[in-house]
Design a protein around this ligand. Structure first.
Ligand code: ADP
Ligand code: MG
Length: 532
């Protein structure tokens, strides 16, 4: 008997699992939507916080979408794609991550309904792409120009509303805007690099300060060094101030006892010479990226020079920008011209620890915001909010365009897209409409998170389309407001970036109809009871 006909044909290794067609789509959409659902409750000023405990027991309490998704260690392949959005959003703009993820989740939910109506994924993908393109042009028309500084302040305050920094948002916004003006950079990435955020517990958030220079979480290497130097001359060295120990095990045999002493003397002379070179340049303070050995510390102390060691590379770069010093590798090359200057250098006891302030720099292009708070959890969360605000203000400055928040932009966009869809024919029309409806997830979520009935506010906005130019939700009172007039302002770039990345990832996930998983990853298959 020939049984060949019934023999299964294996083209993949045993244990590989495959999930195709509608079932694959459903699983992928579900996984991505679960991620969106998780962060959804944190959106907006009334969003809740999440407590995350990592494998070491460290606790983070946050409202920040990026932080949550990063800490969750998500493993599902399509859920991971959603998390990629968050990364792009964070890198490109620095805020709006929750918005992007929530929107992507809703785009997929709407797509699922179209799939159920037998609309092909490529049509949905095409419609979504058309809608995303159209959104960009609508947004560039409705966006407003930044014509005064008070708008920047409002952007910063909007970014911090409802975060741990809420109560001090005015004070912090002032620090942020002064800092951004100081560093004078064009693109948001370098603005972020040149504003150092340093955190220290033990005081209230209102005690946070802007330092025209750099604050280092470092103390001087020798207690006898001067605690305070006016008009400090600063040398930045990125090589170790020590005698290099040989790379390989080396034996030096000394036969004559006298030679031991001369050997030690020689070492001492070499170190002394190194310190001497720095002293001769006229430096009164030295910051070293590598180590400073004990003997060198002693000589610096003798010379009355302030020294810190093992600085971060990024701090070296910032110090260079703040003080004008050049980073030197070879001490022989150090000269007076390479030194930077600071009006005041001092070691200050902040909370429990000593920190080094290099401040009162003349025209520093790198500055520090020192965040204070009662506990580590507070300072961490305030720092995250401040980083968001810095991202928002610099994103707004990058193209000088802003829109109103509190869901006003999404509502206007949704309406315009519905109008646009009327002019389309074919099935893409349905996809564009679905995209327009998906935008309503933002007002819905803001309302839900504030305990306001989402249907009520949506109908109220829609039934009075001309009442306000920027109809948004006041999450504190539940009323419909003109978000622009209320000063709820956000950079245009947040919205365009969130829209395009949400649309991109949604179409990417939609177009997958075949998932092939190796043995190890089979827990992601629908058959398995859970995906632990
Ligand atoms: P994201 O990670 O997306 O930035 P947030 O939790 O920061 O998420 O929330 C941003 C949303 O909150 C935006 O839609 C913004 O317009 C809205 N928002 C900010 N301030 C207010 C306010 N005072 N009233 C209503 N909505 C606000
Ligand atoms: Mg935000």
């Amino acid at each position: 008997m020939t049984k060949d006909n019934n023999q299964p044909l294996y083209i993949m290794p045993e244990g590989t699992q495959r999930n195709t067609g509608r079932s694959a789509q459903r699983m992928n959409i579900l996984a991505a939507r679960l991620v969106a659902e998780t962060v959804r409750t944190t959106l907006g000023p009334k969003g809740m916080d999440k407590m995350l405990v990592d494998s070491l027991g460290d606790v983070i309490v946050t409202n920040d979408g990026v932080t949550i998704l990063r800490e969750m260690e998500i493993d599902h392949p399509s859920a991971k794609m959603i998390i990629e959005i968050e990364k792009t959003q964070e890198d490109e703009v620095g805020d709006g991550t929750t918005t992007a993820v929530v929107l992507a989740g809703e785009l997929l939910k709407q797509a699922e309904e179209l799939l159920d109506k037998n609309i092909h994924p490529t049509i949905i993908a095409k419609g979504y792409r058309m809608a995303a393109e159209k959104s960009k042009s609508i947004l560039s028309i409705i966006a407003k120009k930044i014509d005064n500084d008070s708008i920047l302040k409002k952007i910063s305050e909007t970014a911090m509303t409802g975060k741990g920094a809420e109560d001090s948002k005015e004070h912090l916004s002032e620090l942020i805007i002064t800092a951004i003006k100081k560093v004078k950079d064009e693109d948001s990435q370098s603005i972020k690099e040149n504003i150092k955020i340093e955190k220290k517990t033990g005081a209230s958030i209102d005690d946070s300060e802007l330092i025209q220079g750099i604050v280092l979480d470092k103390e001087k290497v020798h207690s006898g060094m001067p605690p305070k130097i006016k008009n400090a001359k600063i040398a930045l060295i990125d090589s170790a101030i020590e005698i290099k120990s040989p790379e390989t095990d080396t034996k030096i045999s000394i036969t004559d006892p006298e030679k031991i002493q001369s050997f030690l003397d020689m070492e001492e002379t070499m170190i002394k010479n190194m310190v001497e070179k720095i002293k001769k340049s006229g430096a009164t303070a030295v910051f070293c990226q590598k180590g400073i050995e004990d003997l060198a510390q002693h000589f610096f102390y003798k010379a009355g020079i302030y020294a810190c060691r093992r600085l971060k590379k990024s701090d070296m770069a910032r110090l260079s920008k703040a003080t004008g010093a050049k980073i030197i590798t070879d001490l022989n090359e150090l000269s007076k011209e390479d030194l930077g200057s600071a009006g005041l250098l001092e070691e200050v006891k902040v909370g429990e620890d000593f920190m080094t302030y290099i401040k009162d720099c003349e025209n520093p292009t790198s500055v520090t915001i020192l965040i204070r708070g009662a506990t580590n959890h507070v300072t961490d969360e305030v720092a995250r909010a401040v980083e968001d605000a810095i991202g928002d203000v610099s994103a707004a400055l990058s193209n000088n365009k802003v829109v109103a928040g509190a869901a006003a932009t999404e509502m206007r966009l949704s309406k315009e897209l519905h109008d646009y869809s009327q002019k389309l024919s074919g099935r893409e029309q349905l996809a564009v409409q679905a995209f327009a409806s998906a935008l309503e997830i933002i007002p819905k979520t803001l309302a839900e998170n504030a305990g306001i009935d989402p249907i009520d506010v949506l109908t109220e906005i829609k039934s009075n389309p001309d009442k306000f130019e920027w109809p948004g939700i006041d999450v504190f009172t539940g009323k419909i407001i003109d978000a622009w007039k209320e000063g709820i302002i956000e950079p245009l770039k947040i919205k365009t970036q969130a829209l395009s990345s949400a649309a991109e990832v949604a179409t990417l996930i939609l177009r997958i109809d075949d998932v092939i998983l190796s043995d190890k990853k089979s827990s992601f298959m629908p058959e398995s009871p859970d995906s632990e």
